[in-house]
Design a protein. Sequence first.
Length: 462
Amino acid sequence: MENQLLWNERYHIGVDQIDREHEKLFHILNKLSAFGRKKEKNRWVCRESVKYFKDHALWHFADEEEYMASIHYPDLSMHKRIHKNFRERVLPALELELEQSDYSERSVNHFFYVCAGWLARHTLIEDHLIVNGDLIKHWAQLLPEEEQTVMGQTIAGFLHSMFQLELRLISMCYSGERFGDGIYYRLIYSTEEEKKLEIFLIFEEEMIAGTIGSVLDRKAAAVGVMLMNVAGYMAGQIAGRIMSSLSDSENHELKERQLLTYEQFQKIYEKQSPQYSMLFDAGKGYFAYCMTATDTICNEKGISLITENAVAEAAKYLNQNKEEKEEKTAKNSVNRKKKLLVVDDSDFMLKAMQSILSSDYEVITAKSGMSAIKDIAIARPDLILLDYEMPVCNGRQVLEMIRSEEEFTDLPVIFLTNKVDTESVRQAIALKPEGYLLKTQSTETVKKEIDHFFEKKSRAKK
C-alpha cells in the first residue's frame, strides 16, 4: 500500500513558524511510512522516526498554543483540548501498538493513517481558523471528557460481551481520519418531533473478518458479502444497545441504516458537530464510534440496508471498493515520484537543487554526512547526489559507510564536485559511483543528467 501525505500550498496558514513545523511533520510521517513497508526493518530506525515525529509534534503544539495566546485567539481552550487528546491518548496508544507488534506493517500503517489524517485535517480546517479568529464549529457539541469516558467504557463492555474483545480507547476527538480499509455504517434515528440522532460505526475490515467471521466459523482474510450483511446487522445491534444506554433516547426510532464509502462518510461527517467521537483499538483491528444530534440530515446518502436487495447492494459495494483499491494501487505505482537525497553543506546548493528538481522528484536534503546516513536509513532514496568536498565527513567517507552496509550496497550515488582536475576525478571514479556532476554546470543540465539516469535505468529493467 503506497502511503504518501503530499505537502502543498493549501496547508499553509500564513504563520511561518507553524507552517515550517507542519511541513516537517508531514515529511517525518512519509519517511516512517516508506520504511514500514519494507520486509526487512530495523526496529531502532522505526522507533527513532516515531520519537522524532512525537518530539516535533509536542514542540509544535507548544509553539502553536503560545502563538494563539499572543493573538488572544478566542477558541484556544478547544485547540488545547484537541492537542491534549492527541498528545496524551493518540500518540501513546499508537506507540504501544508499534512496540507490542514489533513494528509490523499493519501497526506502522495505523500510525501513518491516524497521524496523517489527523494532521491533514487539523492543518486544513482547525489551524486555518486561527488566522481568521473563527471558532471550531465541528467540535462545538463535543461532550466533556468525563461523559466520553463513560460512553467509551459502555461501548467496550458491549463489544467484550459480544466478541470477547478488549478495547483500548485511542481518541476522544476522532476527526474521521482513515485508519486502513474500513466499512462505514450510518444509522439515523428520529423522533416524532423530527429530532434526529446519527450514529456512525466504522470497522476496520480485519476486525469484521476476525470477530464476526470467527463466530460464523469462517476463516476469512477479507470481508465478503455474507460477512458484510451480518456486520450490518451487528452494527444495528451495537447501535441499539448504545441507544438504550442514553437517558433521552426512548422516543427515537431507527429510520435508516446505510453503508457508506469513505468519501461519503467524509462529506457527511465534516458537516457534523458530534457529541461523541471515539476511536478504539480492538486488538483485531480498529473501531470508531461517532454520534451527533441534529435537526437536519445531510443529503449525501449511502446504500440502504433496509431494503429487499440489501445483499445485492452489499456485493456491489464490495466490488466497487475492490476496483477503487486496485485502481489506486496501480495509479500510485505509476505516479510515485522518485526520491532523491541531496547531500551538501551549502544552503545555496541545497535550495538550488530543491528548486530545479522538486517538480518531478521527491527531494530530501541533508547538510552533513552523518545526517545523510540517518536519512538514507529512514527514507531509502532512489538516488543520492553527494557532495564530494564536505568538511568533517566528506563524500568519500559517506560512500564508504553506505557501501559497508549490505542493505545499501546497491544504492546509486552520483557525486557533486567543484574539482575537475584529473587526479580528483580519478579518485572519485575509483569509488565506483554512478557518475559525477560538476557544480559549475547549470542546474538545468544537472536536471537533464538525472532524468537521463532514471530513463536509462528504466530501459535496463525492460
